[in-house]
Design a protein around this ligand. Structure first.
Ligand code: 0PR
Length: 385
């Protein structure tokens, strides 16, 4: 740090210059991200609540109430009348909380000390962080040829040390939904905690289903489901950071509670202490602003764009690795290896990512991607073919 104060304008100019190094969602070139530009109204509300701290909720009773309302709305959307949970920093923290709840629950009620979690090969890497921090062993369930959990492999993976089973509603790489209904039954029969990671799909599957899309059940209407991760900062159009963890029962929060004697509340279950109220307020605002109809329109538009790109790709001759269930497409070039193909696209300004299972170019059609961008992209893809 320099000794003397610097005037605001100089600082802002310097920051603007550095900010130019960042890619911009509005340019329509970011095709490998599950985040997008937050809605301006959500950003406005976020700024108004910047100083609120949900780590000490007795001081911020209004904002705590707002968080509760957001959890209620998301929980209701997921077929749960009385949900418990928190708005956290994202899917990673939400998944860590779910696994921590499962571990502590199994420790308290089943006496399991060196537990295991069963996750599919397609699970987000946040579960590896969770297992590492919580001292749990990962047991991987295999995928079927359609890249969804092989239920038999999952059944075989169960042991008397299993503290949680995880399935995904909207996989990170392919946007696919695991056979959650079947897995829920298995978890319930075996009395094992079942967590559904719908970080990506949670804000679109319910709306698409209601609009008539043929998608499987993934939510609390299945009796085995104990918790669901749903991220407002992905398809919910809330500003970063906003993740959501929804629990079926209060006891899952209680088994994580630690004493916080000098705060306005005497226990705390979240991982983070001081935490943003702004994320809850912005999520509250944007959910009210769109309503179910608004989110449904967005979700259907994203699927229209996905099918538009899919048809364009197939017309050129590219082969998709699977039929899209949500707004993610994965495909390969007939001759060029995926990483080299991604590099070619990068040189043309398209920021795509490469999936690992299977290795393929992966494109996430978020709200900042418009048809005009897709037309330009298809022109470039035609030239490379
Ligand atoms: N669960 C699933 C199914 C996810 O896809 C992700 C993130 C997470 C959990 C973790 O969420 P947070 O990143 O909010 O903690 N999936 C994306 C990924 O890792 C996140 C992402 C977002 C990546 C924007 C890149 C990017 O530009 O691929």
């Amino acid at each position: 740090m320099q000794d003397e104060p610097i005037d605001k304008e100089t600082i802002l100019n310097e920051l603007s210059e550095i900010h130019k190094l960042d890619y911009n969602y509005a340019d329509g070139r970011i095709l490998g991200s599950m985040c997008t530009e937050a809605h301006p109204f959500a950003k406005e509300v976020y700024c108004k609540f910047l100083d609120t701290n949900l780590g000490d909720p007795g001081l911020f009773k209004g904002t705590k109430h707002i968080e509760g309302e957001v959890i209620k709305s998301i929980g209701n959307l997921l077929s749960l009348e009385n949900p418990y949970g928190n708005i956290v920093t994202g899917g990673t923290e939400a998944n860590i909380m779910a696994i921590r709840a499962a571990r502590n629950h199994a420790r308290k009620y089943k006496g399991i000390v060196d537990g295991e979690i069963i996750i599919p090969d397609s699970a987000h890497f946040s579960f590896k962080k969770a297992a590492d921090m919580l001292n749990l062993k990962i047991v991987e369930a295999k995928l079927d040829d359609d890249y969804k959990i092989n239920v038999e492999s999952l059944r075989e993976a169960i042991s008397d040390k299993t503290v949680a089973i995880v399935a995904i509603a909207g996989t990170t790489e392919l946007g696919l939904i695991d056979p959650i209904e079947e897995i829920s039954k298995i978890a319930h029969e075996n009395n094992i905690y079942f967590h559904v990671d719908a970080a990506f799909g949670g804000f679109s599957i319910p709306f698409l289903k209601e609009a008539g899309y043929d998608l499987p059940v993934f939510d609390f209407s299945l009796e085995g489901v104990c918790s669901i991760t749903v991220d407002p900062h992905k398809m919910g159009l809330a500003p970063i950071p906003a993740g959501g963890i929804i629990f079926r029962k209060e006891e899952y929060l209680q088994v994580m509670a630690v004493d916080s004697p000098y705060l306005t509340v005497k226990t705390q279950s979240t991982i983070v202490g001081t935490r943003l109220g702004a994320s809850s307020a912005a999520t509250y605002a944007i959910m009210k602003y769109f309503g179910k109809k608004g989110y449904s329109k967005i979700a259907r538009n994203l699927m229209d764009n996905t099918y538009f790109l899919k048809e364009g790709l197939e017309e050129i001759g590219y082969e998709l690795v699977c039929e899209p269930e949500l707004n993610i497409l994965a495909f390969n070039h007939p001759k060029i290896e995926a990483h080299q193909f991604a590099e070619k696209l990068d040189n043309l300004g398209w920021k795509v990512s490469v999936a690992k299972c299977p290795v393929a170019i992966r494109m996430v059609l978020m709200n900042h991607i418009k048809k005009s961008h897709l037309k330009e992209l298809l022109e470039d893809l035609k030239k490379i073919y």
